[in-house]
Ligand binder design. Structure first.
Ligand code: FAD
Length: 393
C-alpha cells in the first residue's frame, strides 16, 4: 500500500481530536500524520472568559501540543497557515509548503465585527488565548491607573450578551471585588455596562436559562443598553447608533463567531463565512478536503445551522478520523451524525445553568456538570494523566 499523507490544520478542539483519534485508528504503515498549529499549545477556549476576567491563571488553560500527541505517530509543525491550493493539494504556510493526500481544516473561525468602525483596533475579543491574556493584563492596569488618578468612573463595557458575553459578565462579577481589594478601589466606582443590539439578552436561549442568568446578576448593578447597535469604537469611548457616547478604556466585544477568511475564494459554498459540508464532513465535490469545527457549518434536520461549539468540533474531529480510516482501509463510511447532549453556561464560581438531554439544570449541580464535561474532554484527549493534571486547576 502507498502511505497516505494527512495534514491537519489547527490544534484546537476539532484538529487535535482528529489527530489523537487518527493516531490510534490507522496503522503507521498506512499513514503519515502532520499537525500544523500557529502556537505550540492547545488552549481551552471554553475557559478563556475566566482567564480574561482574571478568575483563573491563564497558564492553567494552556497545554503543550507535544504532550498531547504521540510524537512517534504525529509530526507537529508550529507554523501559520496562509493559504490552501486545492488543485495541487498543497497547504501554504509562512515557513513552508506541505503536500497532502487528505487535508483536515480545523483553524477555527474569526470574531464577527459587523464592519463596526474602530472595533478591531480598540476592542478586546474573548476569542483566543493571546487576546484574553492581553485583556486580563489591561484590566489590571486600568485598576492600577484608576487607584492612582481617582477621577471619574472605571467603566468596563461589554458588547454582546450571547453565551460568551454572559459567561464573561458573570466572571467579572467574581473578579471585580478581588481587583477592588487588590488595588484599593471603591467598588461603587466600577461600572459594568452592557450593550446589546437585540431587545433582550441571550437571544434564542430557552427561557429557563435566560432567567437563571439574569437572576444571578440581580445583586450586581449593571447598566443595560439593549436594542442599540454599536456605531463605532474610539480610543476612549464607544458610540451607539443613537449617538450615546460611553466613555471607556476597556471595551470587550462578544458579538459571535463567523468563518475563517482563509477559506474565502476557494470556491467553497459558505454560510456566514463558514464552509458548508456534505454528510461526511467533506467539502462537497472534494473528497480529500474536510473542514471541521468553527470553520464549518453543520445544519440540523430543519436545515438550520448549529451554533459553533466545542461539542460539535470534538465530534467532528472523531468522525473525521473514522472517515479517513475507512477511506484508507477501502471501506464505506457512515455519514456524520451529531449528538447534541446539551449546553451548560457558567455563571461565575460554583454556579451555572443549562440543559442536558433536554433537562434544565442550574446552580451548583450545573457547575459540577460543566466541570465533568471539561474532565471528559481531558480524558478523551490525554486519558487519566491529563485528567489528573487538570483536576488541580
Ligand atoms: P479553535 O478552538 O478556535 O481552534 C483553532 C486552532 O487553530 C487554534 O489552535 C488556532 O491557534 C489555530 N489556528 C487558527 N488559525 C491558524 C492558522 N492560520 N495557522 C495555524 N493555526 C491556526 N463550546 C462548547 O461546546 N461549550 C462551551 O461551554 C463553550 N464555551 C465557550 C466560551 C467562550 C468564552 C468561547 C469564546 C467559546 C466557547 N465555546 C464553547 C465555543 C468553542 O470554544 C468553539 O466552538 C471551539 O473552540 C471550536 O473549536 P475549533 O477547533 O473549530 O477552533
Amino acid at each position: 500500500y502507498d502511505k497516505k499523507k494527512v495534514v491537519i490544520l489547527g490544534g484546537g478542539y476539532a484538529g487535535l481530536m482528529t489527530a489523537v483519534t487518527l493516531q490510534k485508528k490507522v496503522h503507521p504503515s498506512r499513514i503519515e500524520i502532520y499537525l500544523v498549529n500557529k502556537n505550540d499549545y492547545h488552549y481551552f477556549t471554553t475557559k478563556v472568559h475566566e482567564a480574561g476576567a482574571g478568575t483563573v491563571n491563564p497558564e492553567s488553560i494552556k497545554l503543550p501540543i507535544q504532550e498531547l500527541i504521540d510524537s512517534k505517530r504525529v509530526t507537529f509543525i508550529q507554523d501559520e497557515v496562509t493559504g490552501l491550493d486545492i488543485e495541487r493539494k498543497r497547504v501554504i504556510c509562512k515557513n513552508q509548503t506541505l503536500s497532502y493526500d487528505y487535508v483536515v481544516v480545523g483553524i477555527g473561525g474569526t470574531p464577527k465585527t459587523f464592519n463596526i468602525r474602530g472595533l478591531e483596533e480598540h476592542a478586546f475579543f474573548l476569542f483566543n488565548w493571546e487576546g484574553t491574556y492581553r485583556l486580563r493584563k489591561h484590566i489590571e492596569e486600568k485598576f492600577q491607573e484608576f487607584s492612582r488618578l481617582r477621577t471619574g468612573k472605571l467603566n468596563l463595557v461589554i458588547g454582546g450578551t450571547g453565551f460568551t458575553g454572559m459567561e464573561f459578565i458573570h466572571e467579572l462579577t467574581n473578579s471585580i471585588p478581588m481587583l477592588c481589594k487588590r488595588f484599593k478601589v471603591v467598588p461603587n466606582d466600577v461600572n459594568i455596562i452592557v450593550v446589546e443590539p437585540n431587545q433582550g439578552i441571550l437571544q434564542g436561549f430557552p427561557e429557563a436559562i435566560v432567567s437563571d442568568a439574569v437572576n444571578s446578576l440581580r445583586k450586581t448593578i449593571i447598566e443595560y443598553k439593549v436594542g442599540l447597535q454599536v456605531r463605532s469604537v474610539e480610543d476612549r469611548k464607544v458610540i451607539l447608533e443613537d449617538g450615546t457616547e460611553i466613555p471607556t478604556d476597556t471595551f470587550i466585544w462578544a458579538g459571535g463567531v463567523m468563518g475563517n477568511p482563509l477559506l474565502d475564494g476557494l470556491g467553497f459554498e459558505l454560510l456566514d463565512g463558514r464552509v458548508k459540508l456534505n454528510e461526511f464532513c467533506e467539502v462537497p465535490g472534494c473528497h480529500d478536503v474536510f473542514v471541521i469545527g468553527d470553520a464549518s457549518v453543520s445544519l440540523n434536520e430543519k436545515g438550520k445551522p448549529y451554533p459553533p461549539t466545542a461539542q460539535i468540533a470534538i465530534q467532528q474531529g472523531q468522525y473525521c478520523a473514522y472517515n479517513m480510516a475507512m477511506k484508507i482501509y477501502g471501506q464505506p463510511a457512515k455519514p456524520f451524525h451529531y449528538i447534541h447532549r446539551g449546553t451548560v453556561m457558567s455563571l461565575g464560581k460554583g454556579n451555572a445553568t443549562g440543559t442536558v438531554y433536554d433537562h434544565h439544570i442550574s446552580g451548583h449541580f450545573a457547575a459540577l456538570m460543566k466541570w465533568m464535561i471539561e474532565m471528559r474532554y481531558c480524558f478523551m484527549l490525554g486519558g487519566l494523566p491529563l485528567v489528573r493534571k487538570q483536576w488541580k486547576n
